[in-house]
Write a protein that binds this ligand. Sequence first.
Ligand code: SF4
Length: 420
Amino acid sequence: MSGTTLLKESGPREVFCGLTSIVWLHRRMPDAFFLVVGSRTCAHLIQSAAGVMIFAEPRFGTAILEEKDLAGLADAHEELTRVVRDLLQRRPEIRTLFLVGSCPSEVIKLDLARVAEQLNKAYEGQVRVLNYSGSGIETTFTQGEDGALSALVPLMPTSQPQESQLLIVGTLANSVEDRLKTLFNRIGISKVSSLPPRKSSDLPSIGPGTKVLLAQPYLSNTAKALKDRGAEILLAPFPLGIEGSRLWMQEASKAFNIDKGIVDSTLEPLIARATKALEAYKSALSGKRLFLLPESQLEIPLARFLHRECGMEIVEVGTPYLNREMMKAELDLLPPNIRVVEGQHVEKQLDRVNAEKPDLVVCGMGLANPLEAKGVSTKWSIELVFSPIHGIDQAADLAELFARPLYRQQLLEHKVLAHT
Ligand code: SF4
């Protein structure tokens, strides 16, 4: 793997939990409901992350379970069933109900899979009930999406063996997804589906003719579940920046035996436009030193883009979890001897940040303020999952997200404070 130094670290972590992914998943599938089975802390997190919807009925909620001993478990199951019954009576439009586990000990004791099974029997034909964990003990925030999508895979209908299709996996902004589908159609891949779909009840089919292209790097369990259903997983760099997006689309085209010349001529004008747009941010980013702390699993593709296309110098790349097979194409594009650290010992990592004095740190929201107070520019990694950053057309917008905090820092440095 091109001389990359892969290290592992464990210790205290400072990341959002998997419940956070409900914020983008509930927007993606408006006919689904995410019921967090958790504590008041979970309810606060999800409310403040997603905002309170004043004009619309929310599509997420929390069933708050108070402390119970093991003898109270039967009551907890009953209580949860009652909450679900009330919810489905009030909201008959719900087609898929996700029961999302969390980390309080009273929730860990619950068998959510069994509750989901019982509810499925009771509501057969009306609503499908699934479960997954968003617990902060087991997941970082993007892994919540991996859990939700893996739970959907067994419900996907089986396609005919000869049915050939491309399946894009991972939530994308709708406009970006439409654009990518149009491009794939233009180069000759006619059937392109997505997981998650825009309606939870409209799941794409899956089978041996399905070729899976991952749009997000944090979907290892979903990829495995799709492979187990007979699909072929295409391994490519992720569609961030011009280079990653081009290689991503080329990999799909190769799998469909499409002539490389057709792909090149389709992408050429896009690449020319994006290269020009990127120039505006290169001068701000080039030569600046970047440290990525682990949180989203987007860190490696981002480091590759910011180094190769924007000229940034990489100090360290942290990632909460590293799937070497899925990440190989990305690691091969990183500069030699770069330090990639899987896992987190937040104190040691912050010591390294202090020692290295990078120009920009990509990190979770909890670490950003203390670093900013020390004069270090930061970029919240969570912002990247809410921004349309995928594809060649978005390369300049992606670069701008990193240039902005550097401009801000420059302004602050040159600001003359008026004394009275
Ligand atoms: S799941 Fe755990 S980490 Fe997440 S909000 Fe609930 S208690 Fe906190």
